[in-house]
Design a protein around this ligand. Structure first.
Ligand code: PEP
Length: 249
């Protein structure tokens, strides 16, 4: 039994539609999981998905959140809107948003704070790319992402998740080995202790993401500092995603 409640999150990215919503929700009906389970569909489908949620334990998350509360920010969706719509959590600083939409650590920190203020569980995504791993600077990269993305926030009593997603593992089929992932998760927890305190480090849930499948989920989840999984490609197959969720207990 894990000290922290396990959490498994599906990131559908720019995929899926009404068919996938129906088949995904249907595969969760009547099932009980030890873990907290959430799906992050594209914004447009959240409301459709929510109409089915009374029949399952699934939660809805968003793939992003605006750093702004309201105003002239075309294309943005605020934390308050997401919360009011029934969202439970939001991903922040996914590597695709950092690489393709110019998101930086400073913006991530504002988003984490905004999410916390509105009762959304923030899931801050961090991770090094292939060049950085090969140059042996993974810890430096993570230190910068964590200290600039979280440093100075008031996390007392707050629920926070950090997703370690090595960029070289995302969508490549090359998942980090459980040993490598555990080593990095341990470093992240130690860094949270240094930035905040032991209580915060004990509470923060650290998820692994990057080519997770039903074949590698169990061994990853057995690592002491791996508290959950963030699943991309494999979450688009409802049966496969349920099989991953069943391994988190
Ligand atoms: C992701 O992009 O968050 C992710 C984990 O993708 P995949 O599982 O497809 O590697």
């Amino acid at each position: 039994m894990k000290q922290r409640k396990p959490i498994v999150i599906a990131n559908w990215k720019l995929n899926g539609g009404l068919d996938l919503i129906c088949t995904s929700v249907a595969s969760f009906i009547g099932k009980h999981f030890a873990a907290q389970i959430a799906i992050c569909p594209p914004y447009l489908y959240m409301r459709d998905m929510m109409t089915f949620l009374q029949y399952s334990e699934l939660q809805i998350g968003s793939q992003n959140v605006s750093r702004y509360e309201s105003g002239a920010y075309t294309g943005e969706t605020s934390a308050q809107m997401l919360k009011q719509a029934g969202c439970s959590l939001c991903l922040i600083g996914h590597s695709e948003r950092r690489a393709m939409f110019a998101e930086n650590n400073e913006g991530c920190k504002i988003k984490v704070n905004t999410a916390l203020n509105h009762g959304l569980l923030p899931v801050l995504c961090v991770g090094e790319n292939r060049e950085e791993r090969e140059a042996n600077i993974t810890e430096q990269v993570l230190y910068k992402q964590l200290s600039e993305g979280l440093g100075g926030l008031d996390l007392a009593g707050k629920d926070l998740c950090i997703a370690y997603e090595p960029v070289w593992a995302i969508g490549t089929g090359l998942a980090a080995t459980p040993a490598i992932a555990q080593q990095v998760h341990q470093y992240i927890r130690a860094e949270v202790t240094r930035l905040f305190d032991q209580d915060t480090a004990n509470r923060v849930r650290i998820l692994y993401g990057g080519s997770v499948t039903k074949a590698n989920a169990s061994e990853l989840l057995q690592q002491p500092d791996i508290d959950g999984l963030l699943v991309g490609g494999a979450s688009l197959d409802p049966g496969h995603f349920v099989a991953i969720c069943e391994q988190a207990s």
